[in-house]
Every structure is written in structure tokens, then in C-alpha cells.
Design a protein around this ligand. Sequence first.
Ligand code: SAM
Length: 362
Amino acid sequence: MDSAELFAKLESSAPLSGSELSAILNLTGADDLTRLYALAYAQKLRVTGRKVFFRGLVELSNICARNCFYCGIRRGNSKVRRYRMTEDEVYSAADMALKSHFGSMVLQGGERNDPEFIDCVERLILGIRQRTGNQLGLTLSLGEQSPETCDRWFAAGAHRYLLRIEASNPALFRKLHPADQSFENRVACIDYLSSHGWQTGTGVMIGLPGQTIDDLVSDLIFFREHNIDMIGMGPYLSHADTPLGAAYPHWTPAFELSLKMIAAARLYLRDVNIASTTALHTIRPDGRELGLLAGANVIMPNLGDSSYRKEYNLYEGKASLDDGIDDCMTSLLEGIAKIGEEPAPDEWGDPKHFFSRVSSKS
Ligand code: SAM
């Protein structure tokens, strides 16, 4: 398909096929890319206007029971100094989210499935709800959990969950994870969340060793087939103390391809929330703004103490490790204003897709 044909299709707003998604991801010329991002941004404007939704990110702990081959906080990385935030520190972060007028916060961390951890997260959810008078939307990103645990955390008051599929091609997924991590279980977790009331997010890493454009097209189709509400995806960045980072030490991160994936997701899925991730910001100082201009509408500024942030090193060179929240916010707000976007103070910023899929069921 040539680009004139592709743009005629994109401008018609008709549903996109797999070959059209592939054509989007294969675009290269500067003019074509500018035109693609403008179309995706126009679609974002139709869904949420110029607003950017903030989620204050709290990295609860880097203790992880999993051993993903790409991740700096994997269980087997003995160089990591492990930490867990105290409950009071998490509550202070919630106060900060409220004070900063972030509508929502995200509790993210290494995966643990032990009763002590499950109880602690439940207490935190209840505590944050009570302390903030239910004013903050609450997202969890704590890996694969059992249906019972998901139900408990939902009953306590969390309502969004992010669990990246990482790679929707089962063969690629298996290359990225040890044999005790099953692709099928991860899919089952995502499906359980979305069928049990959660606003459900997933995503993939982009530009992984061994990943093809067809894999990325399948990822986009996976998001649609699993009726996903929120997308969090970004470039794969290597970490020397991981098996994948050691095998591919000078891997070039796929910045442009990541922007094309954001644009393709916006044009294909339309009314979902899409995050412009820290990994984009790590590659380029204006990476998050470029993500917004390619169709993303969510940003997750880090609320944690910078001493913890340094230990939550998923990949090398993670952005804003030394800056306090005030410095990060100043530069973020300036960057957002420069591109004509505006923060949505105190709004939860729920994904419209969630309400349309829930109402279409009833
Ligand atoms: N434990 C939870 C989970 O597995 O969903 C949340 C924490 S996990 C560290 C958050 C995300 O970081 C993963 O879903 C993965 O996509 C991303 N990540 C880990 N290592 C990465 C790397 N080297 N490059 C880019 N993203 C990475």
C-alpha cells in the first residue's frame, strides 16, 4: 500500500485493517510522519480535548518475585539494593498527589503474591481512600495476581489495573520470560480484570530484540480483541545487569517506532487512554511531549523520594532520577504548555472506552 492510499484511508476514519496498521508502522519520511502524528492528535482532541491527565506514580517497592529477562529489578539481579516504602511514605505521596491536583495515583512495584504483601496493599488502598476522602482515582500495577486478590483490592477501592502483556506473540513472550511465567496466565489475568469491573490497561515494549513489525501489529490487534481501556507502552531500553541487556549490549532504543505505535493505537482504538511513558522521556528530554503530540493523553509523574527512585532502575539512564517532584513538575508543565496542551486538575480522567464497553454489555 502506498502512503497516498494509506492517508486517504486514515482521513476517511474508516476502521483499520492489519495491513494498514503495518503500513503506518512502516512509514518513514518526515512529511508522512508529521501527517500521521497530526491525524492521531486530531483523534485525541476528539476524545479528550487538549487535556493531559496526570497520574502520580508511586514505586512502592523494587522487591520482585519474578525474573523477567529484560528488567533491572528482576529477582536475580543481586546488584539492586532492595527497598520497600513505609505505609506512611505512601500516604505522604497520596497527600502530595492531592496537593499537586493530580486526579489519580498509581501504585506500582515488583510483583509479590505473599499474604503479607496482599494485606499491605489492601490496607494502603483503604488508607488512601479514607485519607483523601475518595478524591483520587487509584490504579494498581503490581503484576499477575489471583482472582481472589484482584477482588479484594477492587472491593477495597482500587479501580484501574495495568498489566502489560509485554509481547502478544507467545513465542516472543517466552523468549523474554523464564519458563515459570506463562503467557496464557498473563492473558487470563488481563481478561479477568476487564470482566470484573476494572478499567484495564496493558501494553508492550517496543523495539525488542527479535520483535518484528508483524508482532507490533498483532499487539495492536490484541489490545482491540481484549477490549483494553488503557495503553502503556514504550521503547525497550537495555539494562546491563539483565540477561537480555547482556546479550544485546548496545541496543538502540526504538524512539520513532514508539511514537508510531502511539499514533497507530490512537487511530485504531480511538477512545482509550494512552500514556506517554518515562521510557520516551529517557531517550529524549522532549519525549513525553512528542508522545502527547502523537496521540497520548496521560502522563505519570513520579511522586516517590529520589533515593528510592534510583533503586527502581528498570533500565539504564531512567529519566528524572535526581529531580524532586517540584523540579519535574515545573519542566513538565512548561513542556505541556509549549505544545498547547493543558493539565486537567483534579480530574480522574477515566478512559472513555471503559464506559462505552460497559454500557454496550448492559
Ligand atoms: N511488576 C509489575 C508488572 O510486572 O506488571 C509492575 C512493575 S514492571 C517493572 C513495569 C513495566 O516496566 C513492565 O511491564 C515492563 O514493560 C517495563 N520494563 C521493565 N524493564 C524494562 C526495560 N528494560 N525497558 C523498558 N521497559 C521495561
